[in-house]
Design a protein around this ligand. Structure first.
Ligand SMILES: C[S@@+](CC[C@H](N)C(=O)[O-])C[C@H]1O[C@@H](n2cnc3c(N)ncnc32)[C@H](O)[C@@H]1O
Length: 188
């Protein structure tokens, strides 16, 4: 089974350098508006969840989901410090199941899909919780996930009803914005 990045190593990728490498405005700005309901799946210590919470405003909501309770505790602590706690709900999930109710305008999966045990099943769960017109932003680490593997993930996404909207350029990463294909939307 794929390795999970332990909460003990979170400082290696969620530290003061992260917003310099991964400019939050450039990455999330085009996809988030005030009032949106957003899921950050595999949220880790909250780099994305906190940035998303800033952008959805008081009328929006971010659901931060992870399999490690220690990660969720960090998100809660950081959100409290930043005055964003009211905009973030945390949810502990199982590796095989995201287990979040409701629908989302945006789902963000930043450096986590390669840790999921069954990619196609995971993608199906994300598809089922996207609101009509919603998008799925998936970002994978370039040095860890080969182009071929990333492409295979996109192919699997296409097979279950996603289409590729764009390929944002993100440092040291491979990324795609996915949405439900029009045929799939007609079914909903
Ligand atoms: C490399 S970290 C990235 C964290 C965060 N997204 C970031 O960019 O800083 C991957 C995270 O995904 C979580 N994760 C792994 N498998 C998962 C699964 N099946 N469902 C939810 N979270 C998962 C891990 O616990 C870890 O916090």
């Amino acid at each position: 089974m794929a390795h999970i990045c332990s909460y003990q190593h979170v400082w290696t990728f969620d530290n003061f350098l992260r917003p310099i490498l991964h400019n939050p405005e450039k990455i999330f700005g085009p996809h988030v508006r005030p009032g949106m309901r957003v899921m950050d799946v595999g949220c880790g210590a909250g780099f994305a969840a906190l940035e998303l919470a800033r952008r959805v405003g008081d009328t929006g909501q971010v659901v931060a989901v992870d399999v490690q309770p220690e990660m969720l505790a960090r998100v809660e602590k950081r959100a409290r410090k930043l005055g964003l706690r009211g905009r973030i709900q945390t949810r502990l999930c199982q590796r095989e199941s995201v287990q979040v109710e409701g629908v989302f305008d945006l789902v963000n999966a930043f450096y986590m899909v390669h840790e999921v045990p069954d990619t196609k099943r995971f993608l199906g769960q994300i598809r089922d919780c996207l609101a009509p017109g919603g998008v799925f932003l998936v970002i994978e680490p370039m040095f860890h996930v080969s182009k071929k593997r990333f492409q295979a993930m996109l192919t699997a996404a296409g097979q279950i009803g996603f289409e590729i909207v764009s390929h944002p350029r993100i440092r040291f990463s491979q990324a795609a914005v996915l949405a439900l294909s029009s045929a799939n939307l007609a079914d909903t």
